[in-house]
Design a protein around this ligand. Structure first.
Ligand code: AMP
Length: 222
């Protein structure tokens, strides 16, 4: 199964993608996580991406298309879920081209809808584990011990681009460059809209119901 998960920053893409990947045996391909790993390893790519990420701007399309199409080619046969890519119409067009070249198709596009006024509170409360990538929220998804990852005991951090001034620009970037891309997929009538103002468990239940139905009709092996 091959899925694209869309949504504004703070809509819960990372959390839902991890759950979907675990439930259906898919590879989670997060463009943001790949860039953060490159930054942590101080690679040329990581250094190039840094200033864009820290200001809430998009990394240039050609860089992202190369990284992500490469990751897709290496993904297991069971499939993948794309998180954070594509983010512009141009990226979507290039993704389509790469999928066609590799005789692959996207089975469904899930679009997490969230009200703008909820985004800031959600993101500024977000804490993540620098080692395993687990995501928490100090308001509604707390770790068992304050500030510590449940999975590996690492101290949780706030992402540098989760600071309020950067979040405002990320949201602006989303509305200007990514939202128009949702219509690109809508025109192919592949988009399933999900209300992501609810809590994460309720959103997962809705997604799983949709994907279970898809699995039944298309006989995937999971
Ligand atoms: P995310 O973790 O998906 O919120 O991504 C964090 C940051 O990485 C974004 O604010 C962008 O600066 C950059 N980024 C991630 N994915 C993309 C993409 N597909 N195109 C351009 N920039 C991206």
């Amino acid at each position: 199964m091959r899925i694209i998960l869309l949504g504004a920053p703070g809509a819960g893409k990372g959390t839902q993608c991890k759950r979907i990947a675990a439930q259906y045996g898919l590879q989670h391909l997060s463009s943001g996580d790949i860039l953060r790993a490159e930054r942590a390893a101080c690679t040329e790519l990581g250094t190039k991406a840094q200033s864009y990420m820290d200001s809430g701007e998009l990394v240039p399309d050609e860089v992202m298309v190369e990284i992500m199409t490469d990751a897709i080619k290496k993904a297991p046969i069971a499939g993948f879920i794309l998180d954070g890519f594509p983010r512009t119409i141009n990226q979507a067009v290039e993704l389509d081209r790469a999928l066609t070249e590799n005789q692959l198709e996207i089975d469904t596009v899930l679009n997490l809808n969230i009200d703008d006024h909820l985004v800031a509170t959600r993101i500024t409360g977000r804490r993540s584990c620098p080692r395993c990538g687990a995501v928490y929220n100090i308001e509604n998804l707390k770790p068992k011990v304050d500030g510590i990852c449940d999975k590996d005991g690492t101290e949780l951090i706030q992402r540098s681009d989760d600071k309020p001034e950067v979040v405002a620009n990320r949201l602006k970037t989303y509305h200007q460059q990514t939202e128009p891309m949702v219509d690109y997929y809508r025109n192919n009538s592949m988009v399933y809209d999900i209300d992501s103002n609810k809590n994460a468990d309720k959103v997962s239940a809705i997604i799983f119901e949709k994907l279970d139905a898809l699995v039944k009709t298309q006989s995937y092996k999971i």
